[in-house]
Design a protein around this ligand. Structure first.
Ligand code: XIL
Length: 381
């Protein structure tokens, strides 16, 4: 089981680093780095690569070694040098990837996943059609495989998703009355969240409930037709009762591009939380971006964080995958204290849900080779 308490302690330690020196797991050296090179007592500045030295536990209070040359302390291969560990060194929780047993069975992909990533999201296996295709009959075997993998490899899991208008079985869409639908949502959300209780870092409880129109109106679905927006609190309450420790997110796309959509979502979060304090705890921005879209992320994260909840980049991919766009997104999350995680929607272009885009959309190419954007992100971290 992942030790969330330890990680929280580390995160706090990083967050409260004072003027004396760099806290454990903080950056203490590397090309372009201008901060303190002195580690807090109890940690030692350890060379990872030319771009990055990190304060790792040990006897110390030392200064950074030269940015080239041999490490003074040999870090284990998984410490300080992966995408995830570099991201965590800035006080972030994890860098994840959307996966499922299908992609986990590709050795080249899983090798990279284990080396570079700290979390997974089920690309499809926890959706309503996968978990309750027939009313009251629940299937968890596929998602269980992913969750077991995550546990064995000390990875966080973002649960995705308890309520969404897509990949929704017909038996749900054809419900005709509010009482039945309310009970169906409660049963679905509490059974799925309950099955994975204690194993999920955060749930996307509600996904994509707003339109992309000029007012950010509520999307027409069986949920909104019968319940207005009341389905939101029903689903969040059910998730909370079933697994109170999993952080509850509302998730949507184009929040970077559409201020109307973003404002509607933020207004809904504020309304639900005014009636039920703390019910919605996070806003997930999918961030399926177009080329050049990286520049719109920072302002969106800041606006969403102002709702007093965590924010996360939950499904990142960028058409054309330019280094500049990826670096801009990463820096946007680093600069927003409430931005806790980045998840890319997959790992390699080969297995992405978006195909046929020149330059691809992710950080590894069709051959599972790291792309220029990967190197640029690593350098930026
Ligand atoms: C996508 C999956 O990647 C595909 O495999 C599937 O065919 C369709 O769904 N927004 C979401 C994700 O919230 O669940 C979607 O995932 C991508 C868009």
């Amino acid at each position: 089981m992942f030790n969330f308490n330890l990680l929280a302690a580390v995160t706090v330690a990083v967050a409260v680093q004072g003027t004396l020196g760099v806290a454990v797991y903080g950056q203490c050296g590397g090309k372009g780095y201008t901060g303190s090179t002195v580690c807090d007592s109890g940690s030692v500045c350890t060379f990872s690569n030319d771009y990055y030295s990190q304060c790792l536990p040990g006897s110390g209070g030392t200064t950074a070694p030269a940015t080239t040359g041999s490490p003074t302390t040999t870090a284990s291969p998984s410490t300080g040098t992966s995408l995830n560990s570099k991201f965590q060194s800035h006080g972030k929780k994890f860098w994840g990837a959307a996966m499922d047993p299908g992609t986990l069975s590709i050795a080249a992909s899983t090798t990279i996943l284990k080396r570079e990533f700290g979390g997974v999201s089920p690309e499809n296996s926890m959706k309503w059609d996968a978990t309750e295709s027939t009313r009251g009959k629940f299937t968890f075997s596929t998602a269980d495989q992913l969750v077991s993998f995550a546990q064995q490899n000390n990875m966080f899991v973002r649960g995705h998703t308890l309520l969404w208008h897509n990949q929704l079985p017909n038996w749900v869409s054809s419900i005709g009355d509010r009482t039945t639908l309310t009970s169906v949502i409660q049963t679905h959300a509490s059974t799925v969240a309950g099955h994975f209780k204690g194993k999920i870092y955060a749930w996307d409880v509600v996904n994509e409930m707003f339109n992309d129109d000029s007012t950010g109106s509520v999307r027409t679905s069986v949920f909104s037709k019968l319940m207005g927006t009341d389905f939101v609190a029903v689903a969040f309450q059910a998730a909370k009762s079933a697994d109170p420790a999993a952080i509850r997110y509302i998730n949507d796309y184009n929040l970077e591009y559409s201020a109307a959509k973003r404002n509607s979502l933020i207004a809904l979060v504020n309304k639900v939380n005014a009636a039920n304090p703390g019910l919605i705890q996070g806003i997930g921005t999918q961030s399926h971006l177009s080329a050049g879209g990286g520049s719109s992320v920072k302002a969106a994260l800041t606006a969403m964080a102002a709702a007093g909840v965590d924010v996360a980049i939950t499904e990142l991919d960028i058409r054309g995958a330019s280094s500049n766009d990826y670096v801009t997104v990463v820096k946007a999350c680093l600069s927003e204290p409430k931005c806790v995680s980045i998840t890319t929607w997959g790992l390699s272009d080969k297995n992405s849900w978006i195909q046929g885009v020149s330059g691809g959309v992710l950080l590894w190419d069709d051959q599972y080779k790291p792309k220029a954007a990967y190197s640029a992100v690593m350098a930026a971290l």
